[in-house]
Ligand binder design. Structure first.
Ligand code: UDP
Ligand code: MG
Length: 142
């Protein structure tokens, strides 16, 4: 199936100048970038994005970190894009991530782990619309 998924390059990776290298890994794995922007979330906006995690002990720290500096948000498209981008990202904790994954290469720790990727097609469509309007995506066939 052809899918779209949301990619975020998190503040730690943008700050270290890794956006280009990460986007290169994405494009080299045959995922197409169909929309992209750089922005800085407020903590309230980060809380809205991570609302599924609001009861978790790491929620306050996570949302402070996600609002600590600019991020890059991108919509990726391709065959099995959701699962393929998750595989390219690697495990949440870089200590568990496989060689060749973005997190193995670039994550600092389990929180500052360089990138976000949607975990399923349903969440992808909710997360894409958190960052991008229909108009932002209007140039591409649905
Ligand atoms: N996170 C954290 N501590 C944890 C688990 C997760 O700080 O023990 C952060 C980390 O930045 C992670 C985000 O919360 O990427 C969302 O967690 P999730 O379990 O959804 O991991 P992901 O889908 O990003 O791999
Ligand atoms: Mg997740």
């Amino acid at each position: 199936m052809h899918y779209r998924t949301l990619c975020l390059i998190k503040p730690d990776a943008v700050e270290r100048g890794l956006s280009g290298a990460i986007l290169d890994m994405i494009q080299n794995s045959d995922l197409k970038i169909i929309a992209m922007k750089m922005l800085r979330l407020t903590q309230a906006e980060a809380e809205g994005f991570y609302t599924v995690h609001k009861e978790r002990p790491f929620f306050d720290s996570l949302t402070r970190y996600m609002s600590s500096g600019p991020i890059v948000a991108a919509v990726l498209e391709g065959e099995d894009a959701v699962a393929r981008y998750r595989a390219l990202m690697g495990a949440t904790n870089p200590a568990d991530a496989q060689d060749g994954t973005i997190r193995k290469r670039y994550a600092v720790d389990v929180e500052a782990n360089a990138v976000h990727g949607s975990d399923a097609p349903e969440t992808a469509s909710i997360e894409i619309s958190y960052f991008f309007s229909a108009l932002d995506l209007a140039g591409w066939p649905a």
